[in-house]
Ligand binder design. Sequence first.
Ligand code: NAI
Length: 338
Amino acid sequence: MFRSALSTAQRRCFSISAQQNSKVTVLGAAGGIGQPLSLLLKLNPRVTELALYDIRGGPGVAADISHVNTKSKVTGYNSGPEGLKAALEGAEIVLIPAGVPRKPGMTRDDLFNTNASIVRDLAKAAADHAPNANILVIANPVNSTVPITAEVFKSKGVYNPKRLFGVTTLDVVRASRFISELKGTNPANEEVTVIGGHSGVTIVPLLSQSNHPDISGEARNILVNRIQFGGDEVVKAKDGAGSATLSMAYAGSRMADALLRAAAGEKGVIEPTFVQSPLYADKKCDFFSSKVELGPEGVKTIHPIGKLNDYEKGLLAPALEDLAKNIAKASLTPNSIL
Ligand code: NAI
C-alpha cells in the first residue's frame, strides 16, 4: 500500500518535472555575480537548461559548472551576436548581471554611462531572441536600467510589462538579516517589505509592517540607514575589488526560483520587485518596487504598499523624488539610448 502510494507520488513528480522545461540564461555569467549565480541556478532542480553568456569566459565557467551532478544541461556561449542569440533562444528567464560594479566613493548612478549601453545592447538581443522571457535586470543603476530595457522592448514592439523585473531582492534579504541581528532572532522568520527603488534613499524599508514595529528612535535610524546603504559596507570592505557578488547571487537565484515556482502553478508567490507600476505613476514614478505576486504570466498582482507611519512617509517623499529623476534619466532620452 505504502509502496504503491509512494510510486504514484514519484510518478506524479516525474511527470511534473518532465512537463517543465525551463531554460534560464545568464548574461554576464563569468562576472563576480554571474559565477555564483550560475552555480546556484545549477543547483535548482526546476532549471533544465542553463545558458551562460559573457563577453569573456562564458564557456570556461560553463565547463566548470557542468560537472556538478544535477540534471540540468549547461552550455557556455562565445562572445558575439551568434553566441548571444543561441544563449537567448527559448529562454524562460534571462538574468542580466552584465556591467561594471561600483568602487569606493561611487553611487550606483555613477555607473549609468557604462552600464546603460551594456544593458541596452543586451536588451535589444533579448527582445529579438527571447521576447516572451521574464527579464531580470541586476545591472546597476537598476532604477534606470529597468526603464531603459522597457524602452528597448517598446521600440521593438514586444514590451510586456508583466515580464520585466528589476532585482531588488538583495534589499529584502539584507533587511531580514539586519533586523534579525538587532533583535537576536532567526532571519528565516523575519520578513521586511522594502519598497521604492534600488539605491540609497530610494530604498524604503517598512519596519512598521515587520515583526518589530516597536523599533524606534536612534535604533530605527541606524537600521534604516544600514538597509539603505548596506551595499556600501561591501564596497568599502572589498576596497576597490567590486561590490556585493555572493549575497547578490543568492538574491538573484531566489528571485529566479520565485518565478519558476510561480510558472509551475504555485500560488501565493510574492516578492518585492521593481516593476512598471501604477502606484506612484502620478509622481512620475512609472516603475516602483512593492510586493508583487507572481504567476505563470509574470506579474500577477501588484500589491498596494499598505499603511505607513509618519516616519515611513518621511522616507517615501525623498525616495519618490530621487526615483523620478533616475527613471526620467532613462526614459526621457530614448533617442540617445536606443
Ligand atoms: P563584474 O565586473 O565582476 O562582472 C560583470 C561581468 O559582465 C563581467 O564578466 C563582464 O565580462 C560581463 N560583461 C560586461 N559587458 C558585457 C556584455 N556586453 N555582455 C555580456 N557580458 C558582459 O561585476 P559584478 O560584481 O558581477 O556586478 C555586475 C553588476 O551588478 C554591476 O552593475 C553591479 O552594480 C550590479 N549589482 C546589482 C545589485 C542589485 O542588487 N541589483 C547588487 C550588486 C551588484
